[in-house]
Write a new protein. Sequence first.
Lengths: 212, 1013
Amino acid sequence: MRKIQLSVLLLAAAGTTCFAQQWEFGGGGGASFLPGVPVSGAIGSATAGFQAGVSAGAFAGQNLYNHLSGEIHYAFQQSNLKLQSGGSEATFSGVAHVLHYDLVYHTNKKDSRTQYYVSGGAGLKIFRGTGAEQAYQPLSQFGYFTKTQALKPMATFAVGVRYALRPRVYLRTEFRDYITAFPTDLITPAPGTKYGSLLNDFVPMITLSYEY
Amino acid sequence: MRNGVLISVMLAVALTSAVTPSHAATFGAVVPIGGHASDIALDESRGVLYIANFTANRIEVMSLADGSINTSMNVAAQPGAISISPDNQFLLVAHFGNVKTPATGTNALTLINLNDGTRQTFTTGDTPLGLAFLADGTAMVVTSSSLLQFDPVSGLVNVLTTFAALATQQIPAKTPTFPTQIILAQVETTPDRTVAYGVADDGSSQAFFRYDVRKGTLYAGGFITGPKALPRLAVAADGSWTMVGQYKLDSTLRFPNQFPNSIASVNIGANAVDSKKGILYSQILTIDPSKSSSSSSSSSSPAASQPPVLYLLDADNLTIRDTLSLPENLTGRAVLNANLDTLYAVSDSGVTVMPVGRINQFHRVNATQSDVLVSGNFCDRNVIVQTLTITDPGGGNTDFAINVNQTGVTISPSSGITPATVQVRVDPNSFQNQNGTVAIPMTISSGTAINIPKPLRLLVNNRNPDQRGTVINVPGTLVDVLPDPKRNHFYVIRQDLNQVLVFDSTTFSQVATLRTGTTPTGMAITMDQQYLLVGHDNSQFIFVFDLDTLAAQTPIEMPSGHYPRQVAVSGKAMLSLVRDITGDAPGAIDRIDFANRKATELPTLGVYVNNVDPGGVLAGAPNGGTILAAMPDGTVMLYDANADTFTIARKDYTALSGGFAASSYNTYVVGQYLLNASLVTQGTLETSTGTAAGFAFVDTTGLRTTTPASASPGVIQRVDPSVSLGIRPTRMVESPLTPTTIATTPLLRSLAPLFDHSAVISLSVSGFMVLPWSYDAAVAPPKISSIVNAADGTKPVAPGGLISVYGQQMSPVNMATSQIPLPTALGESCLTVNGLPVPMLFVSSSQINGQLPFNVSGNATMTLRTPGGISDNFNFSIFTAAPSIFRSGTAGPETGLATIYRADNNQLVTPTNPLHPNDEVIIYATGLGLTQPSVDAGLPSPSDPLGVALIVPQLTLGGVPMTVDFAGLVAGEVGVYQINARVPAKAPQGLSIPLVVNQSGVGTTLSVRVVNN
């Protein structure tokens, strides 16, 4: 937890450097799609990852320039852990928390009614396994679901459109990818298996924001 | 009023004493009426019971609240039957006026309006015998010649049917003749009064009728039974059957059940049914079962001297649930109140009130088991201790005393208060000259218990090394055994509980119980090997069970009153030898139409009259070619399937008893006689080894058991029928069951060779014996090759620990036991360590599991004794402690897991259920050595106080010490220890963290997964 607190402080400090500029706050929801990572071993192949789930979050942004702004984001994701092999699937309840800071480049000026934007940033993702551990778990030959948590550094990229519904009120739609190392604390590879290393989390999201 | 105060006081005293019994030890309170009661009617709306006082010409009005009789209604002479209308407005009284001349007949009905007290009298020509109000407000009246429907409002009488005049008794009657002996009829209805049953007696035969009020249909018929049914009726709530005396009759006068060993009664008896609970409350006179003959049809001397008892019976098959002592005999109608918690019955003094809904509040006493089996053996001549639990089924504290009149047996404590655990100590040396099983009756008595405790036997066996077989204790009356030709099962009839017990023929453990009709007597399996047929001595039906599913199928209905005691199948016909309770002949042979589940009496048995001894038996040849019939009177008969008739009947003997069998090779055996294809004696088997007991053919040869006495070892031998010669007679562990042992039939099937030739089953004194198929083959001496602890199979073992002993020729049979204390001889094997017997759990040819005694350590020597002799000494070491964790855990399809549990979810620790910091773990192990308090080997561990390990084990997880909260024996288990410990907060994490259990320098290590929270 000490790492999380430090990260929040750094991001907050970055935000204060441009405090005199225009601010934007918003919140919204979407879905989370994680294709998982391949699992290989002598016993066969499988996929380890997370089921698709819901994602909800909020952000605060600061328009630094006509084409550039900075935003801090938080999102909560409900996505169950999953192992899949052949027609079999095993799952385990799980959630994730995401916190990151993005630099956003707008294609049009800020007073345009429609803005297209791309963003990139970095932050942290906390994975939590919340299910009930069982003495026997299906597909345990590939991995073990664990009731614990894992904190992973994260990179994120997004593209989106911001449309002014009326003055100062915007509807944003974006498509985002969270990229982390695979959380092997939560889905621990069984002996003799190898897991892919990077986990993509694709999140389409709709957000309402207010600017002042 | 005249007796009101006195009666109230008496009832109050009786009720008080019933609630807190002190010395009465009977159930129910008696209300004397100063005359002879003939009938009762319950009026709960007014809180009273009307009692017809036949001899005093009164209707006594008894308060339900306190049992006092504060009012008596004077009525016309001889009120013989009464009934109250459904709306409680009218009380109808039948006056028995069949008087001898010169007196004038006074037959009449009195209708009393209970609301305004007005009365109307209706003269009847014939004598009114019984009556009952129906749901439509009319009353059904049985007279000596007709069945009437009486409308109390209009006074109209409708004649439903007439019948030949009953030879009713006349007044004055000889002394002592009680009212119900004069009236000889009763009408009873369902609680909703939509169905009425009635029985009227003409002195020899009886008239039966059933009237359905809703449909307006009447079924009537005459019947004769032996013994005669006493007209005391109870009717099931759905109207499907009625209990008449000792007989259960259905709506079409069939006999689904008869109470066993019942005898004719002229006055004593009563019935009432609680259909919600499926209980019949009955007093039925019986003969002493120990004096019963071949069937229960005896109608010998009435047992008026028997203490009066109330049976609580299963309504479906009359199995006795409990037997309660009554203060006096019940002698008429019995009525349950609407709540079904109080039973009122006409009795000797007037009425007896029985609070049947509060039986659990009365003192009762019983043992939790029926048999206490004590097996001495040649490894262990020490005093053997068995425990016996005495309880009050209602959970109360009841005084008891146990008496055993036998030298060498002590009971401690021999008296006390329930619940209590009693130790039965048997000194085998007192039985050293008795190598069979001695069955010693143990009697339980109580000064306050209202029930008759169930029989209890102490069985003491004291075998020698040459005796073969393993005893499996099965309490109760076992009367037939039959192996399944296709499945790993064999079937045993337990007659006293109306059951067929299904045993697994590899483990010899009971796997199912089939509920039968009343008094099952014989079994057969259909030629397609798909169905088990069970005949009964007290039911008109043959029960049918599917042997794949063990589910009951539609039973086979026999002709009315035919009880199918024996069943046999051939390739052509299925036959049943029946006891006929209604016909002239006491027994007959019926042919079964299995497809239609019906049977008909054969008109003749070929050229012979179909009149047989009902105590006879049938045996079908395995090839379906013939069926042998043998009678206790010496008659033998043969049914030939090809000729489809009986072709032989002979009587060359004055009597026959013992085993019987038919072979596929035209050879037959009855008792000691070997018969040829014409049932002519071809040889007589020897009797020097004792009375003929069991016989079974195995292809062309036979197996035979004999016994000199029930307490002696029996003898089994192979028989070559061609020379009538017994081969290699071998002593068995106890006596086979003989007709004299069970005293219910002189001909008995007690021997069952299993079809896979793995073993021979013989019914015996204690239940049954299992004999290895090659019981008489030369046996190599046993050999011990290794001894390991039973938990993880490693070598270190400790006192009190569970062990596995491996070797060769260790036991002729595979056998496990759940007997407690663990036996020191199992199957035919016994182990000793330094001369001390080892309690055993399991034996097989290559492995024995047992528990090391607690009082051995250091260098030790083990020996094994079997029928093959004694093994060489096996030397090994016993450590002070040698903890080892069981590998018996299972999770999903995974087996062989270490028995380490997380207390959080009570599941095994596995990679998917890892340990977390601060988790509490429970480890099941053996080999933790001595405990405080100490526990004897073979006995379950105590729960209060728990047996704590004297040497506390040290546990580490990844090198970090764990806190041990408890280490000691698991309560109720034998040789199983438990360690409760806590995962350190700073335990290292990983997939494979070593968990070490160390005790006195001997340890065991397992890898477990540990994760962070």
